[in-house]
Write a protein that binds this ligand. Sequence first.
Ligand SMILES: N[C@@H](CCC(=O)N[C@@H](CS)C(=O)NCC(=O)O)C(=O)O
Length: 200
Amino acid sequence: MIRLYHSPLMRSVRIYWLLEELGIPYQLETIEFGKLQSPAYRRTHPMGKVPAIRDGDLTMFESGAILEYILERYGNGRLEAARGSADRGTFLQWIHFAEASAFPPIADVAAHSFFRPEADRIPAVVEDGKARATIILAMIEEWLANRQYLMGAEFTAADIMMGITMLGAKWYDLLTDAHPSSLAYVQRLEDRPALQKALS
Ligand SMILES: N[C@@H](CCC(=O)N[C@@H](CS)C(=O)NCC(=O)O)C(=O)O
């Protein structure tokens, strides 16, 4: 059975949410954020980050990679675009964009506005993060203007990857009245029982 290493409200929510959507059995190992750097947990994730999973002999980290692995091994084609299709390209684009391009500016704003001790916060990093986030959020807003979900009418795992990024944007006040389609999209995601459980 998959064991998921998770801290509340962190990127491990993606995998918790995915497991709930797929209805596959798993064990949840919740670790306080402040204990992620303990030597014990760093034997599972050498950088002391979440998510990580164990599945039989496999130990792995990186939310996007874990999500792809779980879909491939346990998804039976659910929540993903068909392999080899053109839609597959778009699906993979959003999976990777979520963490590689969209999350970093949001994380910079969050770290230097909320998480770091006040003395370590650099206002210029916040300004730069906001400027980069503005470009990204405008682009997503345009994409969502005529779509319910990233891939169109159907909810997929791309919405799980990007959904947590977009929730981060909402939590850190980067989503505003200038983003009505994105706010409606985030609300649609927040209405899903599987996300509600993963956030509880
Ligand atoms: N790219 C990684 C990022 C993982 C990551 O940075 N997780 C944060 C929580 S959202 C963490 O564990 N931080 C703990 C720390 O840096 O001490 C992924 O998507 O899995």
